[in-house]
Design a protein around this ligand. Structure first.
Ligand code: FES
Length: 261
């Protein structure tokens, strides 16, 4: 069910350069059933009419709170970053399909791969499948030390956590492709990835024919509800170029082999 609500901001703090963590409280949290759905938020400026899609990082039914983590890329989210506790944020959601929690099964093992601002929606996923009895390996990549976020959240649930930075200023030197090459990616029962297109392509190329490799796609959006076709991605293997899927309501989660990244 898609709802619109004026959620209450409980906190809004900077956790890395241009990256903010906002805690929201409201009834909508009770409708957040699967990880990596998103909220379509209204920027608090009358001249900015398009909502911004921000993935949901965590939710807590008891407290009716959820966490969104966003990076300021322009004036719209810069305005959001100035909002303070007690203010209301107009949100629509939860939107998108989210990760399918019927895969994997207890005692299986899952590989979670995150890059930069793509890591937040993987927190709830890691937590949920670890609680189901799945052994979770997490590989994270960031540009540099100051951009590293959510390390303690993943460390709390991962049986193994490895971090790389592009410049080697924290963890290993390189990108997550280096870490993937050191393990047998196909030996994991499920693979989940969220990050920049280059990273998702690296995941897709290493999981060809894997039955349960999933990626979370990003796209520019307008309506956020499947009505405007602003967010389409093309279907892999479609030579006509005519087949498209909408990231906002048929995604953002797709099988890694399903779409052109
Ligand atoms: Fe309108 Fe996806 S944003 S169809």
């Amino acid at each position: 069910m898609i709802l619109q609500e004026e959620m209450t901001i409980l906190s809004n703090v900077k956790i890395a350069p241009r990256v903010f963590r906002m805690v929201l409280q409201g009834e909508m949290v009770l409708d957040m059933k699967v990880p990596d759905q998103f909220l379509h938020i209204r920027v608090p400026s009358p001249d900015k009419v398009l909502r911004r899609p921000i993935s949901i990082s965590e939710y807590d039914y008891e407290a009716k709170t959820c966490v969104i983590i966003y990076r300021v890329e322009g004036p719209g989210l810069a305005d959001v970053s100035q909002m303070t506790p007690g203010q209301k944020l107009d949100v629509m959601g939860p939107l998108g399909n989210g990760f399918d929690l019927s895969i994997p099964f207890p005692k299986q093992k899952a590989l979670i791969i995150g890059g930069g601002i793509g890591t937040p929606p993987l927190v709830q996923l890691a937590r949920d499948i670890e609680a189901m009895g799945v052994a979770v390996t997490v590989l994270l990549g960031f540009a540099q030390k100051s951009a590293v976020i959510l390390e303690s959240e993943f460390a709390a649930v991962a049986s193994e956590l490895k971090i790389v930075t592009d410049d080697g200023s924290y963890g290993r030197d390189g990108n997550v492709g280096v870490l993937m090459d050191e393990i047998d990616v196909m030996a994991y029962d499920a693979v989940y990835a969220c990050g920049a297109a280059g990273m998702l392509r690296a995941v897709a190329s290493r999981t060809e024919n894997h039955p349960n490799a999933f990626i979370s796609m990003e796209a520019r959006m307008a309506c956020g509800m499947g009505a405007c076709y602003a967010c389409v991605v093309h279907v892999a293997g479609d030579e006509t170029g005519q087949q498209a899927l909408k990231v906002c309501d048929q995604g953002p989660i797709f099988r890694a082999s399903e779409v052109v990244i």
